[in-house]
Design a protein around this ligand. Structure first.
Ligand code: FCB
Length: 449
């Protein structure tokens, strides 16, 4: 017998994107340069030398993209703003065409009955801010940028996300060097993380001033960290990985300060000179823990740590996985929601990104049969439903991503979209999974046998 797993009324469904991954038009209308413009043009940094120069050409095709969303009945759309389009030097001079672009986009969304949700920072930092997140002055610049854009769009945009994935913007970018600006130095990663958290707090204040009825929060990437039963690592390594990925961000955001055990580890590792480093100024922790209205979580997979280097990546373990080589592990989303709710009690939890990379493209009839993506979405949405049943205040599920797009260091090799993009012609094709998701949204629930 078929039943419907109903979601709470007013549940927020939609899709997400990020500016550098879709917009293209990197030299147009007075846009300044971002660290991703530089990084993607640095040989060896992005697979196949791909860049976001054109991407999905969304800067010119946004009306078509809105029409597709409207035809599918997507009620919400999370997009990010390209800071150097708005303030080419990072602060000071405003670039009116940049502001206008986002203003038109927001108007277009509203006319189509789609609620806009804006992310302030999804990694395209202006290069004019020399030193980027290593400099405390970037925090002031971020506050200025937030004020400008919030005053401009705040009459129409009520949902604001400050920083997307501060772990990626700090450690992946400054400690591990996989993302722009590409440093490999944990001391830098830690410093950047502090400034990103401070930037979040300053933006919360700016948004509360400029946007009536604002709903604001940060977006964390987190996953359960599990031990490989075949070749386990020490429990201490699990504690450290989890601490650096999740508690380092979630604790101070919720007024608990930086986790003491991780501070001690950092001193022991020689990447901090003291458990009370100089860069943490008086009052910083109050700024970071300013009250928010929601917490966004991006979830894709769990992480399994192994003492055997040959098993440390999912593709080396014999598990079902997406084309990113990420294990299919929907239970991890429940575990994450349950844990974050228990440990931090945010007012609302939003799944701000979840999705899968599969390369299926149009067949001879122009249909994209991406059943594997349907299966991925279904299992994860079901998990979210279970969380709502358990009283966890999950209020949103946003699919990553609306469009196939520039997947950072992996370039165009990975397709996460609800909509297939032919990068040569820019033709969009709606995938079967998007029709399927559209039905889930219409009935506000999952059909199960
Ligand atoms: C997240 C990013 C997003 C996308 C997905 C696959 O970490 O926020 O831009 O690249 O991963």
């Amino acid at each position: 017998m078929t039943t419907i797993l109903k979601f709470p009324d007013n549940f927020i469904w939609g899709a997400a994107t990020a500016s550098y991954q879709i917009e293209g038009a990197v030299h147009e209308d007075g846009k300044g340069e971002s660290i991703w413009d530089v990084f993607s043009h640095t040989p060896g940094k992005v697979l196949n030398g791909d860049t976001g120069d054109i991407a999905c050409d969304h800067y010119h095709r946004w009306q078509e993209d809105i029409k597709i969303m409207q035809s599918l009945g997507y009620p919400n759309y999370r997009f990010s703003l390209c800071w150097p389009r708005i303030l080419p030097e990072g602060r000071g001079r405003i670039n009116p065409p940049g502001l206008d672009f986002y203003s038109r986009l927001v108007d277009g969304l509203l006319e189509a009955g789609i609620t806009p949700m804006a992310t302030l920072y999804h990694w395209d930092l202006p290069t004019a801010l020399n030193g980027g997140w290593l400099n405390r002055s970037t925090v002031d610049a971020f506050a200025e940028y937030t004020g400008v854009i919030a005053r401009h769009l705040g009459d129409r945009v009520k949902y604001w996300f400050t920083i997307n994935e501060p772990w990626c913007a700090s450690h992946l970018s400054y400690t591990f060097g996989e993302h722009a600006p590409g440093f490999q130095d944990r001391s830098k990663g830690i410093l950047a993380s502090h400034h990103l958290l401070l930037a979040h707090g300053t933006a919360v204040k700016e948004l509360r001033i400029a946007v009536p009825d604002v709903k604001v929060g940060i977006v964390l990437n987190s996953s359960p960290i599990h031990n490989d039963p075949v070749s386990p690592v020490s429990e201490d390594q699990i504690r450290f990985m989890d601490g650096e990925l999740t508690r380092w961000f979630a604790d101070p955001l919720h007024g608990l300060g930086y986790p003491k055990d991780i501070l001690e580890d950092y001193v022991r590792m020689g990447v901090l000179d003291s458990e009370e480093p100089d860069f943490i100024k008086q009052g910083d922790m109050d700024i970071i823990s300013r009250e928010t209205d929601l917490l966004g979580l991006n979830y894709y997979t769990r992480q399994v740590l192994s003492s055997d280097p040959a098993r440390n990546y999912d593709q080396k373990r014999d598990v079902p996985q997406t084309e990113m080589g990420w294990e299919l592990y929907p239970e991890g989303l429940y575990e994450l929601l349950e844990r974050i709710n228990r440990d931090y009690q945010p007012k609302q939890l939003m799944v701000t990104e979840n999705g899968a990379s599969y390369s299926d493209g149009p067949d001879e009839y122009g249909r994209v049969h991406d059943q594997n993506r349907i299966d991925y979405l279904e299992s994860h949405i079901r998990t979210v439903w279970e969380a709502t049943q358990a009283g966890i205040p999950v209020t949103a599920y946003l699919q990553w991503s609306l469009l196939d797009n520039f997947e950072w260091a992996r370039g165009y090799s990975q397709r996460f979209g609800a909509i297939y993009v032919d990068y040569k012609t820019q033709k969009r094709t709606i995938k079967d999974s998007a029709y399927w998701f559209s039905d889930v949204i219409k009935r506000n629930g999952l059909l199960v046998d």
